[in-house]
Design a protein around this ligand. Structure first.
Ligand SMILES: Cc1cc2nc3c(=O)[nH]c(=O)nc-3n(C[C@H](O)[C@H](O)[C@H](O)COP(=O)(O)OP(=O)(O)OC[C@H]3O[C@@H](n4cnc5c(N)ncnc54)[C@H](O)[C@@H]3O)c2cc1C
Length: 813
């Protein structure tokens, strides 16, 4: 075994081998994979080997498509058969709600290049002869489904990597990982030590144990999973003989089943409701190629449905039931990327569909390690979407929920209850008493809307029970004054003598003067967005440690802290701190907002003394607060930052003062309706690391001419000169009883040319609206756009100016 390597990959399952292959293909060959046993000694060996292109997140779907397209290449490179059978498959819907969901999947496939087609149950039965068409209301055909040999694929990755110069050491168990003072990693094994610049944790079933070696508690948990294999079936033999082809894959969502042919019989697996975690606290090192005891009672309810939906199963015997463990993150998507605070330590774990996702994970991680960027939008897989709030108990609750809902529909207005409430702010019970319906962002409970007694969300793809109540909240803001909780924003304080210079290099905007705020896009080296913040100058850099204040997307707090910390100067001249729930927030907005503020403070809050984008300390009643004159509602408004011990007092003071002006509470659904009619984008929706500032319409906040060579400046200048490829546009949509939620295709002149990033109903303007990206060449066309919604295309028109307050009179007045 070599003593030094650029990269050590820990784990020879399908994911570790894919990472090794991609690093080698990308040109890094001083790399070694360490496997404690034979390759495939974790989940990989007993996988059912199914592969699919569809995923709830379009960017993950793209990487799944890539994974499937890769198998031919690694087979040729390695000479190792992968056993790929691209049979195609049918996705089955037994309810209308499921069919609506499937139509959304077909629609997304149009801009992802995934060939999906809606078909009738009878047409599905012609393709997959075992199903009873009477049990279904519709189906979708996917030509890119199939199955493969899990061991063959893993060895093909490893062999191809070896051919390119990588090394694989089997029976080499990593027992400890220690960071040296020079930043290199000592990877200590039962056979000696390797010193490495980078370590990748692809430990699969043991990813937690490998994480713990560096003090990291990863939010992953293994679940038992069962599938059965039948005896040979005459119906299968007859079909094979008649058509010369295998029986194609089927996913029966409402039965929560997946099926495919296995030799002369069938394989049927299920994600049972009565699921069971495996090795909840730590994974035994002596576990390897053994299977778990099957428990047919647990899967019996699903099998009953299966036998009804696929009657031929009633006449066959079960040859074998496989029960094996594999790992999940709380939301079921992989955990990939660099880990904050551990330079050179990377993870590629929690991959629950290694044969659909392993290739994409390897590609993204190798790009990230070599180029400094994953090269694709992998937010849905980024390990930084979790923070230290994702504890073992939280993970346990969420993974169990996710497993049991693997094939369930999640409606756009549906909030999932497991592992909640976890983080709450001091006004939580006060807002609950007013009917708050809660959502969650980065572990923190967030008020979505306020329901009258007896009214709750009715889950639907269409406008639902909250519609008229959200409309009322919007009306309150636009006609008098609304109060909302905004603690879920991420808040950062930046201090130290180097703070101004550092921010000037990190952010693309011009730094604001003391007491002022600005919008602050943050770019990567390639000139694309990595963040958008509001930046406030709280005085001189050293005034009582106040310095600078940043507010940004709450869900990206860990993501942005990882970026900030990776760019901090080494000399200790800058300090950045994420304030989390140690700083809470309230906001008042609407034409009477200033009247409310004036009533609760002695400070002069007139427009002259406290203009738009000013920020200062203001006492609200007795509570000391930091107040910025800005509002995401696009109205006259204030964001109020307050220490948690004062939040209740500030809230009650504002509510009491607002009574005479008709104050009402509003939640994030109303906020969404309000910001949409201002054409305001939001992080992880309109603003993502694949768009340039010009494309995203944030170029007006980029100080292209500032002296400082800010990160991404050259690339941003090039984008401005060349014009980029896309444009973010706001649309009004002639929708009927449903509004876009995001990821719908945008058609132009009869072809899919773009995608929706978010949208909804703008209650004040009484208009259905959408935001999305289209090629710049067509971005300003007056006619010809349509947006596909629940399987139908609706005319849409570009809305170049905001529907509300286009002249900024309300906001600045
Ligand atoms: C019953 C069942 C059916 C499944 N069906 C499918 C399917 O149809 N399609 C699909 O895509 N996925 C399926 N899966 C899931 C799939 O198996 C996993 O997604 C995949 O195997 C994960 O691979 P991995 O490389 O991340 O982890 P693992 O396969 O667990 O590999 C981790 C490897 O790391 C090694 N290792 C760990 N710690 C150390 C250490 N300290 N030192 C050295 N080596 C170490 C282990 O020995 C192991 O070989 C199924 C899983 C099960 C259990």
């Amino acid at each position: 075994m070599k003593s030094h390597a650029k990269v050590v990959v820990i784990g020879g399952g399908v994911v570790g081998c894919s990472v090794l292959f991609h690093l080698a293909r990308h040109g890094w060959t001083d790399i070694v994979l360490l496997e404690r046993d034979e390759l495939t000694s974790g989940s990989t060996w007993h996988a059912a080997g199914g592969m699919h292109t569809i995923n709830g997140d379009p960017n993950v779907a793209k990487l799944q498509k890539y994974t499937i397209s890769l198998y031919k290449e690694i087979e040729e490179l390695s000479g190792q058969a992968t056993g790929v059978h691209l049979t195609g498959g049918v996705l089955l819907a037994a309810t209308e709600a499921r069919l609506d969901w499937l139509r959304g999947v077909v629609a997304k496939g149009r801009y992802l290049g995934i060939d999906l087609e809606e078909i009738s149950p009878d047409e599905a039965a012609e393709l997959m002869p075992l199903l009873d068409p009477k049990q279904f209301v519709g189906a979708v055909r996917n030509k890119e489904d199939g199955h493969l040999d899990p061991s063959g694929v893993t060895h093909a990755y490893a062999k191809a990597a070896r051919k390119l110069g990588a090394e694989v050491e089997r029976f080499t168990k990593v027992e400890d990982i220690v960071r040296r003072v020079d930043g290199l990693w000592r990877v200590i094994t039962n056979k000696g030590e390797v010193v490495a610049e980078h370590v990748v944790n692809a430990g699969g079933l043991w990813a937690r144990e490998v994480g713990r070696m560096v003090g990291l508690e990863l939010p992953v948990l293994a679940m038992e999973h069962m599938y059965l294999i039948t005896e040979d079936m005459p119906e299968v033999a007859a079909w094979n003989q008649k058509t010369g082809t295998e029986i194609i894959h089927a996913v029966d969502f409402d039965g929560e089943l997946y099926l495919r042919q296995e030799r002369g019989g069938m394989l049927m697996g299920t994600y049972e409701k009565a699921n069971k975690p495996w090795s909840e606290f730590s994974t035994p090192w002596n576990f390897g190629h053994e299977l778990l005891e099957p428990d047919i009672d647990r899967i019996a309810p699903s099998l009953e449905v299966g036998f009804r939906h696929f009657p031929a199963f009633q006449n066959t015997g079960i040859k074998q039931i496989i029960n094996g463990p594999f790992t999940f993150a709380p939301d079921g998507n992989p955990l990939v990327g660099p880990v904050r605070g551990l330079p050179g330590f990377w993870v590629a774990c929690g991959v629950m569909a290694g044969f659909s996702q392993g290739g994409g994970v390897g590609l993204a991680l190798s790009n990230w390690m070599i180029e400094g960027d994953p090269g694709a939008d992998i937010w849905a897989m980024d390990v930084s979407r979790y923070g230290d709030w994702a504890t073992m108990a939280y993970t346990n609750a969420k993974v169990r929920e996710n497993y049991s809902r693997r094939f369930s529909i999640r409606f756009p207005n549906e909030e999932l209850p497991a592992g909640r409430p976890l983080k709450t702010t001091p006004v939580y019970d006060l807002l609950s008493a007013k009917g708050a319906q809660w959502g969650v962002a980065f572990g923190l409970e967030v008020p979505l809307w306020y329901a009258p007694e007896g009214v709750r969300d009715e889950f639907s793809w269409r406008r639902s029970s909250d519609f008229e109540h959200v409309a009322k909240e919007v009306r309150t803001v636009r006609t008098s004054v609304g109060l909302s909780e905004i603690s879920s924003f991420a808040k950062y304080r930046v201090t130290g003598e180097g703070a101004a210079a550092w921010l000037d290099r990190l952010l693309a905007c011009k730094l604001p003067k003391p007491g002022r705020m600005t919008l602050a896009p943050m770019l990567k080296e390639d000139g694309r967005l990595i963040g958008d913040f509001s930046l406030a100058n709280l005085g001189s850099p050293n005034s009582n440690g106040e310095g600078w204040f940043l507010a940004g997307s709450g869900i990206a707090e860990e993501y942005h802290m990882r970026w900030f910390e990776a760019h901090l100067p080494q000399d200790g001249s800058v300090h950045i701190e994420a304030l989390g729930a140690r700083l809470t927030g309230l906001s008042i907005a609407g034409p009477r907002a200033r009247d409310v503020l004036a009533k609760v403070t002695r400070a002069d809050v007139s427009n002259a003394a406290f203009p738009f984008m000013a920020i200062r300390k203001v006492d609200i009643g007795m509570a000391p607060c930091l107040v910025g004159r800005v509002s995401y509602t696009g109205d006259l408004g204030y964001e109020i930052w307050v220490a948690p011990e004062y939040q209740r007092a500030a809230y009650q003071t504002l509510l009491a003062a607002g009574e005479e002006f008709g104050v009402g509470l509003f939640g994030s659904r109303a906020l969404n309706a309000l910001r949409l009619e201002k054409n305001y984008g939001s992080w992880a929706r309109e603003y993502r690391p694949i768009y340039g500032p010009l494309e995203a319409g944030l170029d007006r906040f980029v100080a292209y001419g500032k002296q400082t060579d800010f990160i991404g400046k050259q690339a941003a200048l090039a984008e401005r000169q060349q014009g980029g490829k896309l444009r973010l546009r706001a649309f009004v949509v002639d929708a009927a009883d449903a509004d876009v939620i995001g990821d719908e295709p945008i058609w132009f002149d009869g072809a899919v040319r773009g995608w929706v990033t978010s949208g909804g109903y703008a209650h004040h303007s009484k208009t259905s609206v959408a935001m999305g990206y289209v090629p710049k060449e067509i971005a300003d066309e007056a006619d010809g756009f349509e947006i596909e919604l629940l399987g139908k295309r609706y005319p849409a028109r570009v809305q170049p100016t905001p529907l509300f307050d286009a002249n900024l009179e309300r906001m600045r007045g």
